[in-house]
Design a protein around this ligand. Structure first.
Ligand SMILES: Cc1cc2nc3c(=O)[nH]c(=O)nc-3n(C[C@H](O)[C@H](O)[C@H](O)COP(=O)(O)O)c2cc1C
Length: 137
């Protein structure tokens, strides 16, 4: 089974979780920031992956101001998941309230099927067993 983990990370936490998912046939796709001019034009992050190559897609982003990080959402709005199951994770400080639902709703609009959803509070230790549940249907 081939899996893509598509994530955005500013300070490394969401990346750390993505690294824990790097087992088996898994590709990590890190969405990188581009210049501020391109960001202003809504082209801040380039989602460069082909959903057809994968059986399962995992997406991850940090919570900013109670919502999914804006650069990630902008990139998500330019993706097409081609009917694949999309498991979702967030990393956050204290509170992720409605952020998971916001990502799941956008995944549906982008032709994906939201599957497992998980949110990791960064003040607590990460469990590899828990994190790796994201790799299953
Ligand atoms: C600009 C900014 C805003 C944030 N706002 C929130 C917030 O509203 N709620 C929360 O729980 N954590 C918040 N955090 C903490 C991040 O969600 C948390 O540290 C996350 O794991 C960062 O992921 P990253 O290291 O992959 O960038 C914020 C962090 C930043 C940088």
């Amino acid at each position: 089974m081939k899996t893509a983990v598509v994530f955005f990370s500013l300070t490394g936490n969401t990346w750390k979780v993505a690294d824990m998912l790097k087992v088996g046939d898994t590709d990590l796709v890190r969405l990188k920031r581009r210049s501020s001019l391109l960001s202003m034009l809504g082209l801040g992050l380039k989602p460069k992956f082909d959903p057809h190559k994968y059986d399962l897609i995992v997406i991850g982003c940090p919570v900013w101001g109670g919502s999914p990080a804006k650069p990630f959402m902008a990139a998500l709005r330019r993706m097409d998941f081609a009917g694949r199951q999309v498991n979702i994770y967030l990393t956050y400080g204290q509170n992720q309230d409605k952020a998971l639902k916001m990502v799941a709703d956008e995944v549906k609009r982008r032709n994906g099927q939201p599957g497992r959803t998980m949110a990791f509070e960064m003040s607590k230790p990460l469990s590899e067993t828990e994190v790796r549940k994201l790799l299953s249907f």
